[in-house]
Ligand binder design. Structure first.
Ligand code: CIR
Length: 278
């Protein structure tokens, strides 16, 4: 094996990313829910420009990108990550944890069911609630947050699916006074690395990791930057303005693609929130 192919082996992901679903920014985006990172977007034209640059970055990396039309009645509609969970040929359609976001889901569900002939779709019922942003995958381990948006009944629905697929589920209680979702404070740029920030979770919260895996804690003030997308080809999308995150990604031998996320951050959205990979 050559040096180059060894590097490639190390970065190919279990959840290899080839097709991306996004949703356009509505004029009503200024009314998006905002409580953690931001206080509401103020410049819709800039938000659209940032969203377009993000989509272009995915296209430049060879992904097929579909952008569904915006829904003016749902200011948070760009955050498609929360509306479906795609795992190994199965789609779980969660009941979103905030009532204002429930009706964002049908066009996403329709699109996925048209695209994914043969995919099995599971629903969520009763009191169960979950936002896709509460799920973090590290290889075959799935971490799920108990959060303001995801409850125990929602987690049990996910557990049923993961048990069927032979994956492991670990539950993490996130500090809901300072974090919306698990992915607001962590990400897995590769199948062996968890990036998170000091002051939110401890290594014990994640439990014992497989050999060769590691958790990297970055400064608390760079928590927003800890949300990255590892595309599986060595390239990683990172938000602009987080120097320690950038340096860490480079030290891991990965190639960062830096995106200005300032207006999306104002709506508490991180990089992963804007895309569903399927
Ligand atoms: C919300 O509060 O639901 C949106 N303003 C932000 C959603 C961000 N999504 C994510 O972290 N997965």
């Amino acid at each position: 094996m050559t040096e180059g192919s060894r590097m490639f082996m190390a970065t190919v992901r279990t959840d290899q990313k080839q097709r991306a679903l996004m949703r356009a920014v509505p004029e009503s985006f200024s009314k998006a829910l905002a409580k953690y990172f931001g206080s509401g977007p103020t410049d819709i034209a800039l938000a659209r420009k940032q969203h377009a640059a993000y989509a272009q970055a995915l296209l430049d990396c060879g992904l097929e990108v579909t952008i569904l039309p915006a829904d003016e009645h749902h200011p948070d509609c760009i955050f498609v990550e929360d509306q479906a969970i795609v795992i190994d040929g199965h789609v779980l359609l969660p009941l979103p944890g905030h009532p204002s976001r429930v009706a964002e889901q049908p066009p996403i569900a329709d699109f996925l069911s048209r695209q994914l002939n043969g995919f099995q779709v599971c629903g969520m019922f009763g009191d169960a609630r979950m936002d896709g942003g509460d799920i973090l995958r590290l290889g075959n381990i799935f971490f799920v947050a108990r959060s303001k948006r995801t409850n125990d009944a929602g987690i049990e629905t996910l557990r049923n699916l993961l048990t069927h697929l032979g994956h492991e589920l670990r539950i993490i209680d996130i500090p809901t006074e300072k974090a919306l979702h698990l992915t607001s404070i962590s990400s897995t740029p590769t199948d062996q690395v968890i990036l998170t920030a000091e002051g939110f979770l401890s290594a014990d919260d994640f439990g014992e990791l497989p050999e060769g895996s590691q958790i990297i804690f970055l400064p608390e003030e760079e928590v927003y930057g800890c949300n990255t997308i590892g595309l599986g080809n060595g390239k990683v999308l990172v938000a602009e303005g987080y120097p320690t995150v950038l340096e860490t990604v480079q030290e891991l031998g990965l190639e960062p693609i830096v995106l200005d996320m300032s207006q999306i951050r104002e709506a508490d959205g991180s990089i992963t929130c804007c895309t569903l990979f399927f």
